[in-house]
Design a protein around this ligand. Structure first.
Ligand code: G1P
Length: 292
């Protein structure tokens, strides 16, 4: 029987150099899209997929992430006393994770995504887990992670969410080679980290969402370096091809690459135009600005 996916690893140790100076003293995962930080979108995506336990792999200067998911006693007590701040109080309390459901461990050296995930090994143990890169903001119903969890229930094994990208962009992603799709899932026959366009086996890019088997740690334990001299998660997952089921799922939904400034701006505009509470005002504002 396929083991249920209950845990998620959120690697959040990255320095966010593309957002300097904003990220000089602040975690890039705390950058705000409309009214909530990027990391909250990833956590909400997990909760909607039935994830119960979270391992945040953090680093120096990331303390705000931990505080964000904790109770905020002074703030909440003040809101309560004011009497007319019930909605604000609810907003603050709604973000608090259940007691004991999250752990924060530090990646002490920036050795790559595979190394960051490896840092979570003792908290994951021997069960399948979700991996989410919070720079990638996904908007869909069911959530991207829910789509992966559902696929995992059917096929077991590793599942990566993929999307087609222009060939000239393959060097920014993990790229999969696949067999023809069956029932929305395609068997993965190869995965390469950041191939040059002329060498890429396809244009199907891993978009930072996966369900991964715990056997990945057996490969990550070896600390083998790959593309960019870093320990790559995609390389370790690739080692399981032929030994464990491994599928790619074409993600159905919106994806905003908030790891770069334009994608981040797009996410802010698109989400404010789609939310019932901000739609009308945002549209009017954008129309006014466009008139110049
Ligand atoms: C990481 C992964 C890559 C994946 C990408 C998705 O790369 O290593 O396989 O396709 O995230 O965003 P990074 O963007 O951290 O260089």
């Amino acid at each position: 029987m396929v083991q249920r996916v209950r845990k998620a690893v959120l690697p959040v140790a990255g320095l966010g150099t593309r957002f300097l100076p904003a990220t000089k003293a602040m975690a890039k995962e705390m950058l705000t899209v409309v009214d909530r930080p990027l990391i909250q979108y990833a956590v909400e995506e997990c909760l909607a997929a039935g994830i119960e336990e979270f391992v945040f792999v953090t680093g120096r200067n990331k303390g705000a992430i931990e505080d964000h998911f904790d109770a905020a006693y002074e703030l909440e007590d003040t809101l309560q006393r004011r009497g007319n701040k019930a909605a604000e109080l609810k907003q603050s309390e709604a973000v608090t994770l259940k007691q004991g459901s999250a752990v924060f461990t530090r990646q002490q050296k920036p050795l790559g995504l595979g190394h960051a995930v490896w840092c979570a090994r003792h908290w994951i143990g021997r069960e399948p887990f979700a991996v989410l890169l919070p720079d990638e903001l996904m908007v869909s119903t069911p959530t991207c992670t829910a789509q992966l969890v559902e696929a995992h229930e059917k096929s077991g094994g590793n599942i990566v969410a993929v999307m087609n990208v222009p060939r000239e962009q393959t060097k920014s992603y993990g790229i999969v080679a696949v067999k023809p799709e069956k029932d929305g899932l395609a068997e993965v026959t190869g995965i390469v980290e950041k191939p040059r366009p002329e060498e890429a086996p396809s244009t199907l890019a891993w978009i930072g969402r996966s369900v991964v088997l715990p056997e990945v740690f057996d490969h990550l334990d070896r600390h083998e370096k790959g593309a960019g001299g870093e320990i790559q998660l995609t390389d370790a997952m690739g080692k399981m091809i032929g030994h464990k089921p491994f599928h790619a799922l074409t993600y159905k939904g919106q994806r905003y690459d908030c790891g770069n400034r334009l994608g981040f701006l797009e996410a802010n505009v698109a989400i404010s135009l789609s939310r019932a509470d901000t739609k009308a005002e945002s549209r009017a504002l954008i129309e006014r600005l466009m008139k110049g």
